[in-house]
Ligand binder design. Structure first.
Ligand code: PHE
Ligand code: FE
Length: 282
């Protein structure tokens, strides 16, 4: 998640990181984490992808309280070479991509208030850690995230950041994957949301389409409510292969002459997994 400001805020390092300051969390903060954790890990049984659930387990995220980033980073680093670093909030695009390209995931260190359990627009430590970090324990997804960071730096040179950002949105944040038992969630925005973790799989409203790179890059997204479309990958290997082995420069150029799509649009060439009613529109 990114934001425009050219200098880090006072007290932050030049790369925008800050100390997590774990000892500054109150009992109440830790209790909020525990509440969110208990509620959401129950919700995810049979819904989250195997890779996500494995990550939650191997990182021992079920221990009570907000995780200490240094400890978490040690375990994560041993598995896939990733680390978790704290930032004060949104950071500039270049800074965000540089961290990803170097296998550092930037996480907000604040936690939401009790009246924001279900919804909040800015990513807090629950979204960032519970939502994103388990997938970083998966070797293939770990490589995808780093490749994305490098691709992000490259996209700036083509003025194509908004197209690449849609790829992040529809995979890292709101992606679904086809598994043996059916569709599963891996996107962090879904796994960290009590309501959307059911809606994304079970609700008749949204379209669920087979992942197509160019199609995703043309599709606008909404940040203020449940998605109207989800894209389904066949596997993480397939996602990595399709993105890493494609030079995006010609793709960006080709897409310039094609109109953007709204989230609910369907195209004749779409591979539809479930056609939504679009009844849920707020
Ligand atoms: N292949 C992309 C490019 O040429 C880089 C990339 C890889 C982007 C993986 C996203 C994910 O820019
Ligand atoms: Fe996120």
């Amino acid at each position: 998640m990114t934001h425009h400001l050219d200098a880090p805020p006072p007290g932050a390092n030049p790369d925008w990181t800050i100390a997590q300051d774990w000892s500054a969390y109150s009992q109440d903060d830790h209790a909020t984490w525990d509440l969110l954790f208990a509620r959401q890990s129950r919700q995810l049984v049979g819904r989250a992808s195997a890779a996500y659930l494995r990550g939650l387990d191997v990182l021992r995220l079920s221990r009570p309280g907000i995780p200490d980033f240094d400890e978490l980073s040690e375990r994560l680093h041993a598995l896939t070479g990733w680390q978790v670093v704290a930032v004060p909030g949104l950071v500039p695009d270049e800074v965000f991509f540089d961290h990803l390209a170097n296998r550092r995931f930037v996480a907000g260190n604040f936690i939401r208030r009790r009246d924001q359990l279900d919804y909040l627009q800015e990513p807090d430590v629950f979204h960032d850690v519970f939502g994103h970090v388990p997938m970083l324990a998966d070797p293939v997804f770990a490589d995808y995230m780093q490749a994305y960071g490098l691709g992000g730096q490259r996209s700036l040179g083509f003025g194509a950041l908004h197209k690449l950002a849609r790829l992040y949105w529809y995979t890292v944040e709101f992606g679904l994957v086809r598994e043996e038992g059916g569709l599963r969630i891996y996107g962090s925005g879904i796994v960290s949301s009590h309501g959307e973790s059911v809606f994304a799989l079970d609700d008749p409203s949204p379209n669920r389409l087979a992942f197509d790179l160019a199609r995703v890059m043309r599709t606008n997204y909404r940040i203020d409510d449940y998605q109207q479309v989800y894209f389904v990958i066949d596997s993480f290997d397939d996602l990595l292969r399709q993105t890493q082995e494609t030079d995006f420069a010609p793709l960006y150029a080709r897409l310039e002459s094609l109109p953007d799509l709204t989230p609910a649009d369907l195209l004749p060439e779409d591979r539809i997994i479930t056609r939504g009613t679009q009844a849920y529109v707020s």
